[in-house]
Design a binder for this molecule. Structure first.
Ligand SMILES: [Zn+2]
Length: 302
């Protein structure tokens, strides 16, 4: 059986004007790895590709460590700890950050929310019809957020299509940040990607970090194929594992998984919680957020 633990931000200090970026400190990361290490064995990306069924069907506890979004801090803070403990991992990259030199909208939102309040952000959005029942749905959807934050997230994610969202967020972002500077400080360098590739630690997170299941077929294919092609050309190595952006049921559908398979991927990860055993579609494997596993902030709450 296979338990997958996924990470995003790994930084020493999460202080900001408004809390919008969450993750682990390097110490918390290391402590969790040590706890997992006491409960099973870690597998390499290539083990997973070549021995998928054996790993899934095994009675032994196998763990796999994954990172989404290609953040530089993962390379700077997490990789040295992984190397110290001799634990393999995979890092999922969005090719658009490199090929088009653009910051992903999801990160633009995180950065904006760290410097402007929810109410200011809400004021900057265009007039959108928002009913009382929308408000209730928003609050129920984002149970861990306060009301304003729940409404903001609900509008961004459900009341705007992703093209509208991208345009609105871009305008706001450009007023507050220099895209080139953010690109260099937030994401790994091409050299970092090549270093990871040499270890066999590189995977795709699609091209643009869009919700794949909500796109049309041609767009889904492009997102999957282009990212693979770009990373393979850059590193001269095969890219066979991917994680779907957001990874929810709506974004990583059977159709998306089929396109991924046709594009040449062997393994795909969602964010559906659960341990993987024998029967799963290899292109739709379950994955825990690190906070839901032992040593994580929500571990005792599940
Ligand atoms: Zn992501």
């Amino acid at each position: 059986m296979l338990t997958v633990s996924n990470y995003h931000y790994i930084r020493t200090d999460f202080k900001s004007k408004y809390a919008s970026i969450f993750g682990l400190t390097p110490n918390e990361f290391k402590n969790q790895l040590l706890l997992l290490k006491s409960q099973g064995d870690f597998i390499k990306p290539s083990d997973l590709v070549f021995n998928t069924n054996e790993i899934l069907k095994s009675k032994e506890n196998f763990f796999f460590i994954t990172f989404d979004d290609g953040l530089k801090e993962q390379f700077d803070f997490a990789l040295p700890i992984l190397e110290e403990l001799n634990i393999p991992a995979i890092f999922f990259i969005n090719s658009r950050n490199y090929e088009e030199q653009k910051v992903s909208t999801v990160h633009k939102i995180h950065l904006l929310r760290s410097i402007i309040s929810c109410s200011e952000f809400l004021q900057k959005l265009p007039n959108i019809f928002f009913s009382d029942s929308d408000k209730i749905t928003a609050i129920n959807t984002y149970k861990y957020d306060n009301e304003e934050s729940a409404i903001l997230k609900y509008i961004l994610n459900f009341k705007l299509d992703f093209e509208q969202q991208e345009k609105i967020v871009k305008n706001l972002f450009d007023n507050h940040f220099d895209e080139g500077e953010v690109l260099n400080s937030l994401y790994m360098s091409k050299k970092n990607l090549n270093d990871l590739s040499k270890k066999g630690f590189l995977g795709s997170h699609s091209h643009s970090h869009y919700p794949l299941g909500l796109l049309n077929s041609n767009h889904i294919k492009f997102e999957l194929e282009n990212s693979k092609k770009y990373l393979e050309k850059l590193t001269e190595a095969k890219i066979e594992i991917l994680s779907y952006p957001y990874g929810t049921m709506e974004t990583s559908t059977n159709e998306v998984a089929e396109f991924a398979k046709n594009a040449g991927y062997k393994i795909g990860f969602t964010t559906k919680r659960g341990i993987n055993t024998s029967a799963e579609n290899h292109l739709l494997l379950n994955r825990f957020d690190c906070n839901d596993l032992i040593g994580g902030k929500n571990y005792n709450k599940i």
